[in-house]
Design a protein around this ligand. Structure first.
Ligand SMILES: C[S@@+](CC[C@H](N)C(=O)[O-])C[C@H]1O[C@@H](n2cnc3c(N)ncnc32)[C@H](O)[C@@H]1O
Length: 269
């Protein structure tokens, strides 16, 4: 088990409560309380009864529990999209990864886990408060301060220093970074951009194409459709979280190719 100090309690109505266990602490809800000491003493996966008679499952938090339950100050990338970003971005050991911006660090945690202490993550963030907050959120989850992670307070629209194997963008205007990626992303490298609206998607894809340096441009979204399985009631849940954002991925060519641009336009007609 990772050395994460958080646990997640869930009642029979699937309400979740993320806790940091403290000496003499007490978890209170409308169903009475449970002492933190009793939670700490119980094996992972226990079912504990509160003083008000409600039952709670108790587990160490997962990545998904953690990012979905941290107090939101910036929009995070949802775990379903994070999973795709890691796969389309092909994030793995020994890579040099640049991300911008860091927000609350939800994506950073996933990247750092994929790098398994073997690669380097640099995060460009324009706001110092987000940079500071995300560092704490990241180290709280990991249980250590990752030495392979550097956060730089800077505006990525003004440029990118150094060379990266992968660049992951969660920015309002990612197309402003394309001209810098022409030299900062290695040949064969991958950029993945997370963008909420379709007009932003169009501008980003057009800019990637016009650069001539990018190929294999893919745009998609992921819709997660939860189902209710309860006795004879077997159907999709009535609620659905319909849209989070679009994901664009592209690979960097060794040299710009105007021919590729012509072919791509032809195909889209
Ligand atoms: C939606 S949040 C990122 C959330 C993050 N991916 C996560 O998973 O928690 C967008 C972040 O980009 C930062 N940002 C916006 N424009 C920027 C710029 N030009 N350069 C660097 N960071 C920027 C914002 O301050 C904010 O922290």
């Amino acid at each position: 088990m990772p050395a994460c100090k958080f646990v997640i309690l869930r009642d029979r109505k699937k309400r979740e409560y993320m806790l940091t266990l403290k000496e003499n602490g007490r978890f209170s809800s409308q169903h009475g309380f449970i002492e933190h000491a009793d939670i700490a003493a119980a094996p992972a996966g226990s079912v504990l009864k509160s003083t008000g008679g409600e039952y709670f499952t108790v587990f160490p938090v997962t990545y998904r529990d953690y990012v979905m339950n941290i107090k939101r100050q910036a929009q995070i990338i949802y775990p379903k999209d994070t999973a795709a970003i890691l796969m389309w971005g092909d994030i793995g050991r020994d890579m040099r990864v640049l991300e911008s911006g860091i927000g609350q660090g939800a994506l950073s945690i996933a990247i750092l886990r994929a790098l398994s202490c073997k690669g380097l993550l640099t995060s460009y963030e324009i706001r110092r408060d987000f940079a500071d907050m995300s560092k704490k959120i990241i180290s709280d989850f990991l249980g250590y301060t990752p030495e392979n992670h550097t956060v730089e307070i800077r505006d990525i629209y003004n440029g990118i220093d150094g060379e990266y194997d992968r660049i992951l963008l969660d920015l309002p205007e990612p197309w402003q970074t394309v001209k810098y990626m022409e030299s900062s992303l290695v040949s064969g490298g991958i950029v993945v951009s997370y963008i909420p609206t379709v007009l932003q998607v169009k501008t980003m894809v057009d800019t990637l194409k016009e650069s001539g340096f990018f190929a294999n441009i893919e745009t998609f979204e992921l819709i997660l459709r939860p189902w209710k399985i309860d006795g004879l009631s077997v159907r999709p849940e009535m609620w659905i979280y319909n849209h989070s954002a679009f994901i664009i991925s592209a690979r960097k060519l060794a040299e710009p190719s105007a021919k590729l641009l012509v072919r791509q336009h032809g195909k889209n007609r």
